[in-house]
Design a protein around this ligand. Structure first.
Ligand code: FAD
Length: 526
């Protein structure tokens, strides 16, 4: 078990000593042992600078704060392996957390009194870093775990290809989303991002540097995908690619009736073959509630002239459900895509007169959240607390959830600021050997309460989140958290359910000293 680093002084001492050695190395290179050179290298990449510590103590959630003793700025995977080896073989091991882009909301990428590995440092080191390498013949990209998905998109588009499964927001790292699942409107058809990985390089908690795939070190491969950073640090992932579309037909449909909304969603995701040309390329859904504008920071979509009629609809019903779908097109299909979309829309039960469409470039669509982010940043509203709650709910209970939570708790409390997402996906597109936890039913919904709050008001949102979880427990809704956060071991055991034993066994196998991602508080929560 990791001791909480009683070694600020100890580590700082090592730091100073190795720096001294570094100076000695310059004057007496032949006296320096190979092992010491590695320590010297490592020490020069460790920072105890207050600004580095401060930045590693925060995340997008803005709720949890935990200070590490030091931050590693690796320039190559070997630096990470050296750090893990150092802790693994130390009599006083310390926790180590890879920090991707720090977009967790509950301190998952923090390491209190340990060392945070700032993965993004490797992106700045083009010579030693893993970078993004596109193999156009074999239709895959080898991508460093530290890379942002936006950079993967741009690099692959240069070759006219792209990955098939995305997140809504692209300024997240490959290692960060693969440690969770990586879901969006493509998931119903292509599976989450973790279902779209061919192989990975991983440094385990024993400092073993292994390549893994479904055929090679497969136990590690499946453990790491959705593994919440518990088994190893991903330094490279091989992502399959497909020819990229040119543009997308993007449609939103409004419903006042939840049952029609979900029935249509489920009908649409029933066509989900990867090669089925009549299938949609993206499907999501969200709630529109009384917030002054039908648009939110995640996307502005509705024409201004239509805002008044949408707002009066929301005022009348309290909640309006918005179904969002996309069909891709390229040069070959641009003349037939409208016909295809028309066929999709036939027989759907949205409210007449409440269908809105757009035609945008593929990259603009995938990167649709960015402009909202930049706007919020310019207003100083991006770095506010984000008491988010993300859930997976079995299809058979989504109607109870609507009645009890959307129309009950949420409307009654009336504190919602921020998007609320609700859309279904197919279980068969997930791989049960992976660590990610999802409900048992073939179709399940994701619901995301993506709250932004004031610095003094986040607790009210947290109370609402707790109320929602209590309601689900009380009424037997078999909800699973996505991007989970719990504080007790019992809660984690419950979360993993039948997967707990395997998860725990893999932890002993790949990280027996419990070094990695301590901020998840799974094995070190007391
Ligand atoms: P971090 O927060 O830095 O790390 C997350 C966890 O992964 C930590 O435990 C960390 O230790 C571990 N980790 C990081 N890098 C590695 C690595 N290389 N190897 C092993 N472990 C590692 N998620 C979705 O699925 N779909 C969405 O559409 C979506 N949209 C989002 C929009 C916004 C604005 C935000 C803030 C988050 C969104 N998320 C979404 C959630 C996001 O996928 C997770 O929070 C993800 O972990 C963030 O990636 P990151 O690079 O910031 O990871």
């Amino acid at each position: 078990m990791v001791m909480s680093f009683q070694f600020p002084a100890y580590f700082t001492a090592i730091f100073i000593i190795t720096r001294v050695m570094s100076i000695m190395k310059i004057s007496k290179p032949l006296d320096v042992h190979h092992k010491d050179i590695r320590a010297v290298d490592l020490a020069t990449k460790l920072s105890v600078d207050p600004s580095a510590i401060e930045s590693a103590s925060r995340d997008f959630g803005g709720i949890v704060k935990a200070e590490p003793e030091a931050v590693l700025h690796p320039s190559a995977p070997q630096d990470i392996a050296a750090l893990i080896k150092f802790s693994y073989s130390s009599s006083v091991p310390f926790g180590i957390a890879a920090k991707g882009h720090g977009h967790s909301v509950r301190g998952q990428a923090m390491a209190e009194n340990g060392v945070v590995v700032d993965m993004r440092s490797m992106a700045n080191n083009r010579r030693n870093g893993t970078g993004i390498r596109v193999s156009i013949d074999r239709l895959y990209a080898d991508v460093g775990g530290e890379q942002l998905w936006i950079d993967v998109l741009n690099a692959t588009l240069e070759y006219g290809v792209a990955p098939v499964s995305w997140t809504d927001y692209l300024y997240l790292t490959v290692g960060g989303t693969l440690s969770n699942a990586g879901i969006s409107g493509q998931t119903f058809r292509y599976g989450p991002q973790i279902s779209n990985v061919l192989e990975m390089d991983v440094i385990t908690g024993k400092a073993d540097f292994l390549t893994c795939s479904p055929r090679m070190n497969s136990e590690l491969f499946y453990a790491v995908l959705g593994g919440l950073g518990q088994f190893g640090i991903i330094t490279r992932a091989r992502i399959p690619l497909q020819p990229a579309p040119k543009g997308v037909k993007w449609v939103r449909l409004l419903y006042d009736d939840f049952s029609s909304f979900t029935k249509d969603q489920e009908l649409l995701i029933s066509k989900n073959g990867r090669k089925d040309k009549s299938a949609l390329d993206y499907l999501e859904g969200s709630l529109l509630m009384d917030q002054g504008s039908p648009d939110n920071w995640r996307s502005s979509f509705f024409p201004h002239k239509d805002h008044p009629k949408i707002i009066s609809l929301i005022t009348k019903h309290g909640i309006i459900y918005c179904l969002e779908i996309v069909k891709h097109y390229d040069d070959r299909t641009k003349h037939t895509v409208d016909k295809g979309m028309k066929q999709v829309l036939q027989g759907l039960n949205y409210m007449p007169g409440f269908m809105f469409g757009k035609d945008v470039g593929y990259e603009e669509f995938l990167n649709r959240v960015r402009s909202g982010e930049l706007k919020l940043k310019s207003q100083g509203l991006w770095d506010v607390p984000h008491p988010w709650l993300n859930l997976f709910i079995p299809k058979s209970q989504i109607s109870d959830f609507n009645n009890g939570v959307f129309r009950g708790i949420v409307l009654e409390r009336n504190i919602t600021t921020g998007p609320v997402l609700v859309y279904p996906m197919n279980r068969q597109k997930w791989d049960d050997r992976m660590s990610a936890v999802i409900p048992d039913e073939e179709i399940f919904y994701t619901v995301g309460f993506l709250h932004s709050s004031g610095f003094d008001t986040w607790e009210a949102f947290e109370d609402q989140n707790k109320d929602i979880m209590r309601f689900c427990n009380k009424t037997g809704i078999l909800v699973k958290q996505y991007l989970p956060h719990y504080s007790t071991k019992e809660e984690w055991v419950h979360h993993f359910g039948s997967k707990w034993k395997v998860f725990q066994h893999r932890k002993y196998q790949f990280d027996p000293r419990m070094l990695l991602s301590p901020g998840q508080r799974i094995f070190n929560n007391n």
